[in-house]
Design a protein around this ligand. Sequence first.
Ligand code: ZN
Length: 135
Amino acid sequence: MAMEVFTVNTERRGAINITENVRNCVEKLAEGRSGVAFVFTFHTTTAITVNEAESGLMEDLIEAGVSVVPKRDYRHNRIDNNAEAHIISSIIGNSVALPVENGNLRLGTWQSVLLLEFDGPRTRKVGVKFLAETE
Ligand code: ZN
């Protein structure tokens, strides 16, 4: 089963709309078939979610994520001082599964696929796998 990978350049923190990147991968992988697209980030301080790509909400998602994790003297901060980013990433999750109909990503009107960066700026890799329906 093939996988498509694309990269995204991020800032310190922020939400990036990756829907078009995912759509392009799905079109290549699905070739007109229906099934499930599995979208995941290869990193431990980013998350992936499906929500509205409205600029205010995209900032709100980041701020709310940061505020959920209390400021503490985390053990991991002895290594690279980004424990909070790891914890937020785990709370939100590093993947989403999306429906594909006849080769096309089937999202709701206001739904977009968002990559959430909590410890940039970096170049991030996102993978897309496609699992086809069997008749
Ligand atoms: Zn770390």
